[in-house]
Design a binder for this molecule. Structure first.
Ligand SMILES: Nc1ncnc2c1ncn2[C@@H]1O[C@H](COP(=O)(O)OP(=O)(O)OP(=O)(O)O)[C@@H](O)[C@H]1O
Ligand SMILES: [Mg+2]
Length: 247
């Protein structure tokens, strides 16, 4: 499943909370969290220390190719594949991987495409995969998320927020293979605004109020596993998972 939406609406907080809720609900399942935002943040929200990203590996492989190393492309790709596991952080209850900046420089399209494929292969080894995407519609456009089972569109109560999810939906309908889609409204200033939210024909899975304790959490750099179960974001995320048929 993947989260998408306008900048700053709470995608990363919700993606991390999704992982927390899944880990607690399904302790025996294999769960993978993917930070697909080059600006990173999911690791902090999950309390993970990232040493290597997939892009670091990609860059090393490209550098080896340019350094006149006589290995064939096949050998290099094989090596990259093997090294993917260096970027995988395994912790109690879930695994984590950060993409870094895969499309940032030059056109090593083959290797980029390969990495995307590796993520696909990696994902097959897990029961649940949660992807925290970059803000806006670029990643959907570039088909970073080509195939996701559940697309969770996150918005705040702003017009801009709902316009961005409508735009993402239009692009996703063309470019992404998804099974279920729904909206999570977050950081709502009051319960009254929920009724005024225009999500078009997209189902509203949960409405999460603005919660001052989250800001405090952020300030301390604490991860979502320390949030109380009653926290609005935990309750709302759990409800969204129920609504969309995962819990
Ligand atoms: N329900 C909420 N109530 C109050 N603050 C919230 C809530 N949800 C998220 N926040 C806060 O909003 C800020 C932005 O959240 P977050 O980083 O999760 O958004 P994002 O959509 O991932 O942003 P970006 O587009 O920059 O990646 C954070 O400081 C977070 O703690
Ligand atoms: Mg984010």
């Amino acid at each position: 499943m993947a989260v998408a939406g306008k900048g700053g609406v709470g995608k990363t907080s919700i993606a991390a909370t999704l992982v927390r809720v899944l880990v607690k609900a399904y302790p025996d399942k294999r769960i993978l969290a993917i930070d697909a935002d080059p600006a990173v943040g999911l690791s902090t929200a999950l309390g993970i220390e990232v040493k290597t990203t997939l892009d670091d590996i990609r860059r090393e492989v490209v550098a080896a190719a340019e350094g006149g190393d006589n290995k064939s492309a096949i050998e290099l790709l094989g090596e990259a594949r093997y090294r993917i596991f260096d970027a995988l952080v395994e912790t109690d209850g879930f695994s984590f991987i950060a993409i870094g900046r895969p499309e940032a420089s030059g056109c090593y399209c083959k290797i980029n495409a390969y990495l995307k494929e590796v993520i696909g292969i990696l994902s097959e080894n897990f029961d649940y995969v949660v992807i925290d995407g970059e803000a806006g519609i670029e990643q959907i456009n570039r088909r970073v998320m080509e195939k996701v089972s559940h697309l969770l569109l996150i918005t705040d109560s702003s017009k801009k927020g709902t316009q961005v999810i409508a735009a993402i939906r239009r692009v996703a309908d063309e470019l992404v293979m998804y099974e279920r889609i729904g909206v999570i409204a977050n950081r709502l200033p009051s319960t009254e605004v929920t009724a005024l939210l225009d999500t078009g024909d997209l189902p509203l899975l949960a409405a999460i109020p603005s919660d001052a304790s989250l800001a405090e959490f952020d300030l301390k750099g604490e991860n979502v596993f320390y949030l109380p179960d009653e926290a609005a974001i935990v309750q709302g995320t759990r409800q969204a998972l129920r609504e969309i048929g995962i819990l």
